[in-house]
Design a protein around this ligand. Structure first.
Ligand code: DX5
Ligand code: ZN
Length: 221
């Protein structure tokens, strides 16, 4: 298993977004993570289709769009058109996951479900084989730069088991508080895709930081 690093542009310098995205690409980022917040599902606003479209023009890397919004289906068409590759919706905001995931796929995108730290894994069991991405939140979403919630480690372990038990080929992504201090344990717990915002953008050299994070995900002994 190899790891994927997905820097979140939530922590980018929006006055220099093109430079920041170029730096991520040069640093070997695997996906660009785009955090969409609506001020309703989470207590913060970020950006929407326009920024996805802007980033689409700046890079060929897959755009991993995380929808922290209520009624996510109202954004699917616009985000797909703007160039999203994956769209991940929150189980807490999506009562009709089968239908919503199918619609994301119909639009040609990878389909993901995210669960908040307090949401049981069982919320995704019935749709596990329909998933391209299972996103286990390791902070309560809404802001960059929060601390990793330690109990998430055990949840990631159980999430990996769930994917194995259900024969799901979904990526197991984690988001929130991922840094040099936390990534290795989370990788060992079974995650394969790591969102990192603050860790990458507060580093003196974001390129080197991506490499340092990746280096901590070595093959299991
Ligand atoms: C949290 C967002 C994250 C966030 C991660 O609400 O979903 O993607 O940008 O940021 P860090 O890595 O700073 O915790
Ligand atoms: Zn995110």
């Amino acid at each position: 298993m190899t790891c994927r690093i997905a820097p979140s542009i939530l922590s980018a310098d929006f006055a220099h977004l093109a430079d920041d995205v170029a730096r991520l690409e040069a640093g070997g980022a695997d996906w660009i993570h785009i955090d969409v917040m609506d001020g309703r599902f989470v207590p913060n606003l970020s950006f929407g289709a326009k920024v996805i479209e802007t980033v689409r023009k700046l890079t060929k890397l897959p755009l991993d769009v995380h929808l922290m919004v209520v009624e996510p289906e109202s954004y699917f068409d616009a985000f797909a058109k703007a160039g999203a590759n994956n769209m991940t919706i929150h189980a807490e905001a999506a009562p009709h996951l089968n239908r919503q995931l199918a619609r994301i796929r119909e639009l040609g995108c990878g389909a993901g479900v995210a669960i908040n730290p307090s949401t049981p894994l069982e919320a995704v069991r019935e749709v596990a084989t329909d998933l391209d991405v299972l996103l286990v939140m390791t902070v309560n979403p809404g802001f960059g730069g929060q601390s990793f919630i330690a109990s998430s480690l055990d949840k990631v372990r159980r999430a990996r088991l769930l994917l194995i038990e259900t024969n799901s080929r979904a990526a197991l992504e984690v988001d929130g508080g991922i840094s040099r201090a936390t990534i290795e344990q989370v990788w060992r717990a079974g995650a394969d895709t790591f969102v990192a915002g603050n860790a990458v953008f507060s580093a003196p050299d974001p390129r080197a930081e991506i490499a340092a994070l990746r280096a901590l995900c070595t093959e299991h002994a």
